[in-house]
Design a protein around this ligand. Structure first.
Ligand SMILES: C[S@@+](CC[C@H](N)C(=O)[O-])C[C@H]1O[C@@H](n2cnc3c(N)ncnc32)[C@H](O)[C@@H]1O
Length: 275
């Protein structure tokens, strides 16, 4: 009888665990869907606001000629973005965002990665020296989050494959950027391809990209930014900031100036000294 009771308990616990798991997954699905709707709604509102502002400006203009000029300029700006996107695709300076860190990230961190990639894409179309961006190793959940930003329309290369499986990179001079890198990066070269870890780690995972670079048999290097970051702050930038540092260096040929123009003020050692 006792044995039966114990056995029964096991079955009940297992059943409850299964039920809890299912509930958790359903809860997560609802959360994801709500987030998706929020992103779509935000985008719609932004579009509506721009349209409204455009109309308001047109109304303040007196002559038809002024109105036509404004509409022309407005279209020009939109075309400018597309042109910049084309310029980026033709850039000789290539970076890869390696998204092979699914197992190291929570759901929230993966969503944050998708948002950072979207920010990087937007910024790259505005900056003076745009980069050709490859987003590789896109896995199904990340694809789902990126879809909220319409990433298939982006003027960059998106890939499910690992970069080492892509022919273009098989003979390339690859440098994996890592805060724990074995050497310090001196300069950006046209004949090198820079890989950035598509990893958002709220609690920093030490050596994540260093180990990955070793597994993949490629060089690793850290950005020479330690002296510019506030003491006690981790010498670790987020994905989009790390990528933009490359463009910053190409513009100024100077890490300090690149850092100054890209990294938010609160991280800067300079500000700490001023306080
Ligand atoms: C949020 S960090 C991830 C940090 C993670 N713990 C790791 O081991 O790479 C995102 C990516 O930005 C790049 N990155 C950030 N700070 C860097 C630094 N100081 N030097 C080189 N790369 C850096 C790296 O490619 C890194 O994987």
């Amino acid at each position: 009888m006792e044995i039966f009771d114990l056995f029964g308990d096991d079955i009940i616990t297992e059943h409850q665990n299964e039920k809890n798991k299912q509930l958790k997954s359903e809860k997560q699905q609802i959360k994801n869907e709500l987030h998706r709707q929020k992103v779509v709604q935000k985008k719609k509102e932004k579009k509506k606001k721009i349209k409204q502002q455009k109309q308001e400006i047109i109304q303040t203009l007196e002559t038809q000629e002024q109105k036509n000029d404004f509409v022309h300029q407005f279209k020009g700006l939109r075309n400018q973005k597309k042109e910049n996107g084309m310029k980026a695709l033709q850039s000789p300076f290539r970076i890869i965002i390696d998204c092979g860190f699914e197992d190291n990230m929570s759901d929230k961190e993966q969503r944050s990665l998708a948002r950072q990639l979207s920010e990087l894409y937007t910024e790259n179309r505005k900056i003076d020296v745009p980069l050709k961006i490859y987003v590789t190793n896109i896995y199904p959940i990340l694809h789902k989050y990126l879809e909220q930003y319409n990433y298939k329309q982006w003027q960059l290369v998106s890939e499910e494959r690992l970069f080492t499986d892509i022919e273009e990179f098989q003979q390339a001079n690859i440098v994996y950027l890592s805060p724990d890198g074995e050497e310090e990066l001196q300069e950006i070269k046209e004949d090198e391809v820079y890989v950035i870890g598509g990893l958002v780690d709220r609690v920093i995972i030490k050596n994540a990209t260093l180990n990955r670079s070793r597994q993949l048999g490629v060089r690793s290097a850290k950005l020479p930014i330690g002296q510019f970051i506030k003491k006690n702050y981790k010498k670790c930038l987020n994905v989009s900031t790390a990528a933009l540092m490359i463009s910053g260096w190409l513009k100024y040929k100077d890490w300090s100036k690149a850092f100054d123009s890209i990294v938010p003020q609160k991280f800067k050692e300079q500000e700490a000294n001023e306080q």
